[in-house]
Design a protein around this ligand. Structure first.
Ligand SMILES: C[S@@+](CC[C@H](N)C(=O)[O-])C[C@H]1O[C@@H](n2cnc3c(N)ncnc32)[C@H](O)[C@@H]1O
Length: 401
């Protein structure tokens, strides 16, 4: 990897500035917009820009230690330079780097060690404490994995094609992929590519969905003809999977508190040829009450800290804090209590998060079951980031008949 074009450097700089210093700017959207606005950049340029951009976000705290100060809007080029030196990336001596004291950075790098674990893994101090408290010693292994780049995994849309056919279709468009053991519909890309530009994507033959996330739909054990409620459907990643597993038969009611997410879900459903989904916006409790005891299956893919998906969204570790996690835990328990009433007696539901904290996962389920003796746990599974894909938790719970 090398950084030798000034316009790429400026693009990285401006995107970092937006992500770090502007409100509600998320790295994935910022980089998407940057790449869209530079259509002339070739695929190698795009790779260089997004890899350096994401790595600097990942390693911000460690790089700040090397540069000897916190990042501010006026020293982002110093942060970039510290990254280029640390990662041994070949670069040109751009004028933007003039006046930056490289010697200070080199002295720190030569030491070969950093003073704290939170600097080593590049996370806020509060997060290092929380991870250690909740996961014990293994937190370091998980944080190491979370600082890696996530592989791109697709979910074959079995309403339209098969994994074998999809591999061949993608190969025709110069995208190489392979099947993933124990994940029947998953294909992993050999190397990162913008698959959203392929005809296969436009024809609805697949969705981008991490392998761990695909386990949730499988575990819910939906059947053709069932009435299923996806209570926190968002833009519908898992709703579309459920529709495919149900072969478009029966009905899925997809709920969320944001209209724009449900609008995106509808667009995706149309592309995927999924016809059995109805969206309903949660405006008040009545929407939930009307659904009491109506669902054979219920998915609660709860809002969470997102700590299991830091490989994909590294900026979120800089945007959240302990207060946010404490608040979201309260919401998770409330959602479990309120929405579980949607399930028919004898029905099954999943409580899932993309967090690796037991306090958001099995602990929430334990509290819920203690208060609701008419529900019982069938099984639960935690998937840790060190296993290769995203970190997820899922509990399959039955409402007793
Ligand atoms: C983990 S995300 C869902 C991701 C989605 N299921 C998917 O697979 O793409 C959690 C979702 O819960 C929604 N949410 C937050 N609070 C909610 C509430 N009280 N009721 C329903 N949905 C809620 C958020 O808007 C968000 O879309």
């Amino acid at each position: 990897m090398e950084l030798i074009h000034r316009n790429l450097l400026i693009g990285i700089h401006d995107s970092l500035q937006e992500t770090f210093f502007e409100d509600r700017k998320y790295a994935d959207k910022v980089i998407e917009r940057l790449l869209k606005s530079h259509r002339k950049w070739g695929s190698e340029d795009r790779k260089v820009v997004s890899e350096i951009f994401y790595n600097i976000i990942r390693w911000k705290k460690r790089l700040e230690y090397y540069m000897g100060e916190g990042v501010k809007p006026n020293n982002i080029y110093k942060l970039i330079l510290a990254y280029l030196i640390w990662s041994k990336t070949h670069y040109k001596k751009f004028e933007e780097f003039d006046g930056i004291k490289v010697a200070d950075i080199l002295t720190k790098l030569k030491k070969g060690t950093v003073p704290t674990k939170s600097i080593e893994y590049s996370i806020p101090d509060w997060l290092a404490d929380t991870l250690e408290k909740e996961l014990g010693k293994s937190w370091e292994k998980e944080m190491l994995a979370l600082n890696e780049q996530a592989p791109t995994v697709l979910r074959t849309n079995t309403l339209k094609t098969t994994p074998r056919e999809l591999i061949a279709d993608l190969r025709d468009e110069n995208v190489e992929s392979f099947t993933v053991k124990n994940y029947p519909d998953a294909l992993q890309l050999e190397e990162k590519k913008n698959v959203f530009l392929t005809t296969a994507f436009k024809d609805g033959l697949f969705e981008v969905q991490d392998a761990s996330s695909q386990k949730i739909g499988e575990l819910l054990d939906v059947k053709e003809g069932m009435r299923v409620v996806d209570a926190c459907a968002g833009a519908g990643g898992k709703t579309l999977h459920l529709a495919a597993l149900m072969k478009n038969k029966g009905k899925i009611i997809a709920l969320d508190i944001y209209e724009w997410k449900l609008a995106e879900l509808k667009r995706r459903a149309k592309r995927a040829g999924a016809h059995n989904i109805e969206t309903r916006l949660i405006t008040d409790n009545k929407v939930i009450k009307r659904l009491h005891e109506k669902a054979d299956r219920l998915l609660i893919d709860a809002p969470c800290s997102g700590l299991g998906v830091l490989k994909r969204n590294p900026d979120s570790k800089w945007k959240i804090d302990q207060d946010f996690i404490d608040r979201i835990k309260g919401e998770q328990q409330q959602i479990l209590q309120d929405y579980s009433k949607i399930l028919k007696k004898g029905g099954q539901m999943i409580y899932a998060t993309c967090s690796i904290l037991p306090s958001e996962n099995n602990e929430q389920v334990r509290i819920f079951l203690e208060k609701n003796p008419d529900f019982s746990l069938i099984k639960d599974e935690k998937i840790m980031p060190s296993e290769g894909y995203d970190g997820f938790y899922m509990a399959l719970i039955k409402r007793n008949a």
